[in-house]
Write a protein that binds this ligand. Sequence first.
Ligand code: PMP
Length: 321
Amino acid sequence: MFSTTHFPKALKYWHEGKFYNWPDAHVHPMAHALHYGSSVFEGIRAYSTARGPAIFRLDEHVDRFLHSASVARMPVPYHKEKIVEIIKLVLRENKLESAYIRPLLFFAYGNLGLVPKYCPVEMIVGTWEWDAYLGEKAANGVGVYIVPWRRVHFSQLDMRAKLGGFYIQSTIVGLQARGQGCDEAVFLNIEGRVAEGPGENIFIFKDGVLKTNDMSESILEGITRGSLLEIARDLGIKTKIGPIEKEEFLTAEEAFFSGTAVEVVPITHITDGSDPADQPVKYSIGSGTPGPVTARLRNAYLDIVQGKIKAHEKWLTFING
Ligand code: PMP
C-alpha cells in the first residue's frame, strides 16, 4: 500500500485512459523509464481563485511537455488538446482547489535494451497539494550551496526539455547541498558563471537592475522566469538578460529563485563550495533578509496566480467553465 503522506490530498491518478486509486500501482518494474530515466515530465500549478481552481500557464506547460517528448524521440499518442483536457479532468476528479500537477510521458514495459524498440509510450497525470517546495520558512529566505558539479552544457542536451534522466544531476546536487546544511543547490555552468538551481531559475538585483540569464548560460528558461520578467517590466523595474558572474551573485543586493514549484523564494545566504580544493565560504546577500524588490515581485506573482489581477487572467485556465 502506498501512503499519501508526502502527496497530500491525492486521490486518483490517470494512466492511459483510466483513473486509479492513488495507493494502487501497476506499472511493471521492468518499465524502460524506471531503469534509464527515459521519460519527460511537466510541473504545473493550479491555484484557488474567486472563480474556482485555475491552472497557471497551462498552454505553455503543455507545449513544453510536447517539445520534451520530441527531444526524447517519443511518439506521443495524444495531441495537445487531449492532454489539456486530461489535465483538467484529473484536477476535477481529485477535487483539488490548489494543486501541483505532474504529467509524465514514459517508455513503458517492452524491452530493456537502451533503444526502447518494443516499449509503448504511456502517459500518467497525477495531482496533489504541494505546499512550499523548499518548506514553509523559505519565504523568509533560503541558504544555497554552490556545488562543484557544473550544469550540463547547452551543447550537450536541449535545455528546453524536461527529460527524466537528466534530473539525476539535480537530485545529486540537491542531496549534496542539504548535506552541507543548506536549503538548496546552485549550479555554475562550464564557463564558471551562475547557471540555475536544480529545479529553479535565478534572478539577482543590483544597482537598480533585475537580472537573469538565458539558455546560452545552460539553463532551462522557466515559464515562471518569463512571467516574472513581464511582471517586473509592468512594475517599472529595469530588467536585463545576460550572464551572471559568480562574483555578481555573491555581491548582489538581492537574489531569488523562480520556478513553478518554488514560486518566488528569496536567496539570503550563499555558501560557495564550487571549488572542491577550497573550504566552502559563506556569504550573506544584502542584509541577509529578503529584499524589497523580491518581495514586490513575489507578491505580484502570488496575486496573479490567484486571479487577483484582471490584466493577467490571460495566464489562467479556469477549470470549471
Ligand atoms: N530550471 C530547471 C532545471 C527546472 O527543472 C525548472 C522547473 N521546471 C525551472 C528551471 C523553472 O521552470 P518553470 O518556471 O517553468 O517551472
